[in-house]
Design a protein around this ligand. Structure first.
Ligand code: FAD
Length: 485
């Protein structure tokens, strides 16, 4: 099948009946609920761009698997050029949406699975790789959208999985039979899954002997029996629920960033969709390879796009307020640009220096050091960017009245007079740009950026594990001509 049109994507979602709850109520239809609709719109946009000649080079590529054009978010990178194109796509989608492209975690999970199933088959004689390739071909041929799920509720971090009082705080295989496996547990903080076609599941962490039932990876359609989505709900969700006109909101069409807890209550997965089951040595490899691609994406690509939105809003406010020639404001915006470009540079370096892993697999993953550095840098750079935007925007970012006042005959004239900065810019525009900055600086993206792809300590631990200092020590020894012991 060819690439789906956005309309076909929306139509295809109607065939899925996921069990979704939000704000204590069942969401009967993810296409019409105002909050879940934002995910539908974001995913739908990725189908639209793939067919738009202006963006198709970014959003599509040739897949040797099906010998045809596929959406980039279903493609396994087979070269550094592919990785670079994906880095560009990550920035492009983020700046166009002003929120998550919900297909990214699935894309990263595909890479971890392609590399690790290949390695398992080679080293321990399993038969997962052809199974995974068949699955991926099906995804590509049907142009499916996939979410990715790793993060788990977990018990006390002081204890190992087997010592937790509830064995299901990590997703566990509870039955194996000739047809497949049955799993029980949950994944948390999962981006956008309820408005995708497929959910790709990986372990959250490495596993050791005795933890075989937790070493599991598979893919299921999102409305598989036994799966329940319990969505996040925040003041921003409530605001959207009540909005009469979405253009009163900070990010009208695509919203904040929607996640849910995904409960697996005895979910059956047929063997042809199981890609890892009990091989404890390889759970950690799946996670590490996922992190390798995801940290480049989260660190060096999508936040760059977000920063473009923030910088654009700051520039507009600078003009509205007549601050164009004020040096400290220009200085702050320059600082944002430097933070943005540092993020972009790390992402591009991760792609450029990426390598085939494992050698011979045909799967290219970003450079591990640069990917981790990208994510680590951006955690702090993004908070800093929001602080600078908060300074430039002023108190109005958080004190602004509702845009509804512009339709209220009793207040309209006051709001128009006193929030225009004496400029000829329509007050509606001024308030909308401030609302956009409210969405960023007082919204959920700060913590989201920090934790998505793991908090800073995860990157520091990884860097301490992979960066060896032999080269540096040798340099000093050589410089000083130190005597051998
Ligand atoms: C907006 C958003 C979207 C997300 N989307 C997805 C998604 O689509 N799929 C997915 O799988 N995940 C997703 N995540 C999950 C994300 O990867 C996790 O939030 C992240 O890994 C942190 O885990 P946590 O939230 O459980 O925090 P915690 O692990 O509880 O971290 C809290 C603090 O405790 C520290 N800590 C935790 N454990 C230890 C330990 N053992 N030793 C020392 N310190 C420790 C951490 O360093 C941190 O400082 C998303 C998260 C967010 C915020």
């Amino acid at each position: 099948m060819a690439l789906k049109t956005p309309e076909q994507f929306e139509e295809s979602l109607k065939q899925f009946k996921p069990v979704v709850f939000m704000n204590g109520k069942r969401v009967e239809d993810v296409l019409s609920n105002p909050n879940t609709r934002t995910v539908v719109e974001a995913n739908k946009a990725s189908y639209q761009w793939a067919l738009d000649p202006r963006y198709s080079q970014t959003m599509t590529c040739f897949s040797p698997l099906i010998q045809g054009t596929v959406n980039r978010y279903t493609h396994i990178s087979g070269s550094n050029e592919d990785l670079l194109s994906k880095a560009k796509a990550g920035t492009f989608t983020a700046e166009m949406l002003g929120t998550c492209i919900y297909r990214c975690v699935g894309y990263d999970a595909f890479h971890a699975l392609a590399a690790t199933t290949w390695e398992m088959d080679k080293t321990i004689g399993t038969e997962y790789y052809p199974r995974f390739v068949n699955y991926l071909k099906m995804v590509q041929e049907n142009d499916l959208s996939a979410a990715g799920a790793l993060t788990e509720p977990r018990g006390s971090r002081k204890k190992r999985t087997l010592d937790w009082p509830d064995p299901f705080l990590s997703l566990k295989v509870v039955e194996k039979n000739s047809d497949g496996i049955v799993v029980r547990g949950a994944k948390v903080n999962i981006s956008g899954a309820f408005a995708s076609h497929e959910l790709v599941v990986l372990p959250q962490s490495s596993h050791g002997e005795g933890e075989e039932d937790y070493a599991v990876a598979f893919a299921v359609p999102v409305d598989t029996k036994g799966i329940t989505y319990i969505c996040q709900y925040s003041p921003y969700s409530a605001e959207r629920d009540q909005a009469e006109d979405i253009y009163e909101l900070g990010n009208p069409v695509f919203g904040q960033r929607e996640t849910s807890m995904v409960v697996f209550d005895n979910v059956f997965v047929p063997w042809e969709r199981v890609f890892h089951c009990g091989e404890v040595k390889y759970s950690g490899k799946l996670v590490a390879r996922f992190a390798r691609t995801h940290r480049m994406t989260c660190g060096g690509t999508c936040k760059v796009g977000f920063m473009n939105q923030i910088i654009g809003a700051c520039k507009l406010i600078q003009e509205y307020k007549g601050l164009d020639n004020i040096s400290h404001i220009n200085d702050q915006i320059t600082e944002m640009v430097v933070l943005r470009e540092t993020g972009r540079a790390c992402g591009m370096a991760a792609a450029q220096l990426g390598s085939e892993d494992p050698p011979g697999s045909g799967v290219f993953l970003p450079d591990e050091v640069m990917g981790n550095v990208a994510k680590l840098n951006i955690c702090n750079a993004f908070w800093r960017t929001m602080a600078l935007a908060g300074d430039i925007g002023g108190g109005l970012i958080v004190t602004m009245p509702s845009l509804k006042e512009l339709k209220n005959p009793e207040t309209k004239a006051y709001v128009e007079e006193f929030f225009s900065f004496g400029s000829d810019e329509p007050t509606e525009n001024i308030l909308k740009v401030h609302k956009l900055l409210q969405h960023w600086t007082a919204g959920q993206h700060g913590v989201g950026t920090w934790h998505g792809a793991g908090p800073v300590m995860a990157q520091k631990i990884m860097l301490q594990r992979i960066v060896k200092f032999d080269h540096e020590k040798e340099l000093v020894k050589k410089t000083l001509n130190l005597k051998e012991k």
